[in-house]
Design a protein around this ligand. Structure first.
Ligand SMILES: [Mg+2]
Length: 362
């Protein structure tokens, strides 16, 4: 199975961060009304897509299509948190916990044995969809096929909350793929699609019917063989379990409801303390120590300063984290300015058990 979350970032905003956004056209990206019109939409809810809004589109264009759209900046740590929960659910369903994380919101799972005891792949896919919805509140779509390449294509056929089953036999797989656009193949980007288009090739069925040698001048020998295999749904890659995601940092930030004066330390104490506490809880949960603390200060004009301090040894003490963060803030704030956002990040993370630097893995 290939499991892909539906409008992931936008769904996290709607179903986990701010339930008032459910049912509304939501764009994750800078708000063009705040004078930051240069960014792009990182994700659009299905309600926003109804207006023609797509991810990657400039926010000004999205605003033109739907002036009522809600623009949210988004906090990446929320997406990571949701992603970890999703992968956790998938591990419970996969044979031998064989989950291959393909991106933050996508994974392949081997359910060959599990499907046999669950009355087949379709009831199992429904059960997984429900489990993800219950645990994480988020919608997803699932493609079921004999291999990863076909499963990924199947997932895209029916979204959101879709389940697409591809039969096991090779003739049926080729028939399923034949009418589809070449761009559904993972690895065929815009450039390759354009090159194929110049030769009049737009569907996988056309590739199925071509002599392999006719593909050589377009794709090269290796590329031609690869694409022909994909067009017939042949993919011999084994589904290897991906290791646990190794964290490089943990960060949280807070945007103030109203900009606050940099000289008013008191309200900041509370906010910084709260942010540090939440980071510390995460560190505890993951059994991690930190060495570097970074404070991010964003002013009302959106100019942003980041300052870091690295400790001589790793620690997991909450008081150290709070102290360093507050110190960094006090040393680096500019007088007579207004604050829009404050954030804290810990990095240089060390596992408490082995005392092994996680950065050693990279
Ligand atoms: Mg997705």
């Amino acid at each position: 199975m290939h499991v892909d979350m539906d409008a992931f970032y936008a769904s996290v905003e709607q179903f986990r961060v701010n339930p008032e956004l459910v049912g509304l056209p939501v764009c994750v990206g800078h708000d063009p009304r705040e004078g930051r019109g240069r960014g792009v939409v990182r994700a659009a809810s299905y309600e926003a897509r109804d207006y023609g809004i797509r991810s990657g589109m400039p926010v000004t264009e999205a605003y033109r299509l739907c002036p009522d759209a809600v623009f949210v900046r988004g906090d990446f740590s929320n997406y990571i948190e949701a992603s970890d929960e999703i992968m956790g659910v998938l591990e419970e369903f996969a044979d031998d916990e064989r989950v291959r994380r393909a991106s933050i919101d996508e994974a392949y799972i081997d359910v060959t044995r599990r499907a046999l005891v669950c009355g087949g792949p379709e009831p199992l896919a429904k059960e997984i969809q429900q489990a993800i919805r219950e645990t994480t509140k988020l919608p997803c779509s699932i493609g079921v096929a004999p291999n990863m390449a076909v499963a990924k294509i199947a997932t895209g056929i029916n979204k959101p909350m879709g389940i697409t089953l591809v039969p096991q036999d090779s003739v049926a797989i080729a028939e399923f793929l034949a009418p589809l656009d070449v761009r559904v193949v993972n690895g065929i980007g815009r450039v390759t699609a354009q090159r194929l288009g110049k030769y009049g090739i737009t569907t996988l069925g056309q590739i199925q019917r071509m002599p392999l040698t006719d593909l050589y001048p377009i794709m090269g020998v290796k590329g031609a063989k690869w694409l022909r295999n994909r067009a017939f749904g042949i993919d011999g890659r084994p589904l290897k379990r991906s290791g646990p995601r190794r964290r490089k940092s943990i960060s949280k930030d807070r945007t103030f409801m109203e900009d606050i004066d940099t000289s008013s330390i008191a309200p900041l104490y509370g906010t910084l303390d709260d942010i540090c506490k939440r980071i510390w809880k995460k560190l505890q949960a993951k059994s991690l120590r930190f060495r570097t603390v970074t404070v991010k200060i964003r002013y009302s004009d959106f100019s942003t300063v980041q300052r870091s301090r690295t400790l001589k040894v790793g620690t997991d003490e909450e008081s150290v984290l709070c102290c360093v963060a507050l110190q960094l803030y006090k040393e680096n704030r500019l007088p007579d300015r207004w604050l829009r956002l404050i954030g804290v990040k810990v990095s240089n993370l060390l596992s408490k058990q082995g005392q092994l630097a996680l950065s050693d893995f990279f």
